[in-house]
Design a protein around this ligand. Structure first.
Ligand code: UDP
Length: 404
């Protein structure tokens, strides 16, 4: 494919970000990209949509291709029994217990081997995301650097599971984690790169009031009272029950409608059951929707009076940066990547319990000035630290460090 333009379609360009990051930064990034031009990079993860990794890869791979670095993206193929096991592993890496039997280990390793046999990797850099495809490295004669990019909160991994995974991890040339707090005792060099958002994507681009109204009315979301919103995969770490409990307490003092929107990723077989549990709580002022509609995510983050991200664990939490970019006040769980994005009472609010969440919902809904000042600071934080160009520059620096 010709670079940048084909049949009227064009790839995103670093220059498009000049309005947000300035021309000097654009030039610096393009200079770094030029030195790596024509490299062939491959990313491998385990779902094409649903969840932050897919969201990141869909934007980052195109922006990299726009600079001439040939960057691909492959998705691991697996049946639900495989993803049941890898979801348990994901949960155990975030501190759950796991019974990782020999049978489960065999299914995990066999499916990854079958994928390896079909992959034919001979790229200049191989980037493997999260635990699902981690053992791929065992099946290739390594001629170039391999990077394991782990997106989960690794503060308290199950020790036995980590011991097992460590064997694979230490075959890699580098490990990239979102925060220094997730660092492990391993021989592989560890780097820390926080994710970022694409301001031009369907999830984040500007929308008119009419477009917002259209999306909300399409789903019958009432707008007669302020909206309290949480947008997240249906996952226990996102604490949807805690959100509902906090909202019910807050609603004794303020009028509002709660909207919980989520999707179910193909690599997350637990999602449907959690969605069904949350649906039991739906009532006149609590709307629960399971749908993959990025424009609805965008519309809700823009229209919300307050956005919640009441996670109990959160590797990073792209939904937080997305909402902050739109000038929303985010009330976020005081965990993982959320506390790196939100500075309490400066550009958002951090909470540690259902009760605190309820009190903060009431406070924000009752104070328009607070909403405006936190929202302004929130957008500035994202402009400064969490746009896709910063993420790309971090990756260019890492890739350049491998060059002879
Ligand atoms: N998302 C979405 N629809 C939904 C829920 C989430 O498009 O119903 C997107 C959301 O906008 C974000 C990503 O999925 O881009 C979730 O990333 P995050 O890092 O917040 O959480 P993860 O799912 O990776 O744990």
């Amino acid at each position: 494919m010709e670079r940048n333009e084909t049949n009227g379609f064009s790839l995103p360009r670093v220059e498009d970000y000049e309005q947000f990051i300035g021309s000097e930064t654009v030039e610096r990034i393009l200079g770094k990209a030029e030195k790596l031009r024509d490299l062939h990079v491959i990313n491998i993860n385990s779902t094409y949509y649903g969840g932050g990794v897919a969201e990141l890869l869909s934007s980052l791979t195109l922006l990299m291709n726009g600079t001439g670095i040939r960057t691909g993206w492959r998705v691991l193929q697996g049946r639900p029994d495989f993803f049941n096991i890898t979801k348990r592993m994901h949960n155990a890496l975030q501190s759950d217990e796991i019974n990782f039997s020999d049978l489960k280990r065999d299914i995990y390793e066999d499916v990854v081997f079958e994928n390896a046999a079909r992959m034919h990797l001979d790229h200049d850099i191989v980037i493997v995301h999260d635990p699902q495809p981690l053992p791929l490295i065992r099946h290739f004669r390594k001629k170039s650097p391999w990077v394991w990019r782990c997106h989960v909160d690794l503060t308290r991994p199950d020790p036995a599971l980590w011991e097992y995974l460590r064997e694979f991890v230490e075959d890699y040339d580098a490990v990239v984690l979102s925060l220094p707090e997730y660092a492990q005792n391993i021989t592989t060099p560890q780097r820390f790169i926080m994710p970022a958002i694409n301001p031009f994507s369907t999830t984040n681009k500007d929308l008119s009031e009419e477009e917002i109204d259209e999306r909300l009315s399409h789903y019958g979301i009432p707008t007669d009272q302020p909206l309290v919103v949480q947008i997240s995969r249906f996952d226990k770490w996102k604490d949807p029950q805690g959100v509902i409990d906090a909202f019910r307490i807050a609603r004794q003092e303020v009028d509002a409608t709660l909207v919980l929107v989520g999707n179910v990723a193909t690599d997350d077989p637990e999602g449907q059951g959690i969605f069904e549990d949350v649906c039991q709580c739906a009532e006149e002022r609590i709307v629960v929707l399971s749908v993959q509609d990025s424009a609805l995510v965008n519309a809700l983050q823009r229209r919300a009076a307050v956005v919640l991200q009441k996670s109990l664990r959160e590797g990073f939490g792209l939904t937080v940066a997305e909402a902050m970019w739109k000038g929303a006040v985010v009330i976020g769980g005081n965990v993982g990547g959320i506390k790196k994005q939100i500075e309490h009472d400066v550009n958002g609010i951090l909470v540690n319990s259902v009760e605190e969440t309820a009190q903060q919902i009431i406070r924000v809904l009752q104070d328009r000035e607070l909403r405006e000042s936190l929202g302004r600071a929130a957008r500035e934080t994202v402009r400064d630290r969490f746009l896709m160009t910063r993420l790309m520059e971090d990756w260019l620096d890492l890739i350049a460090s491998f060059e002879p």
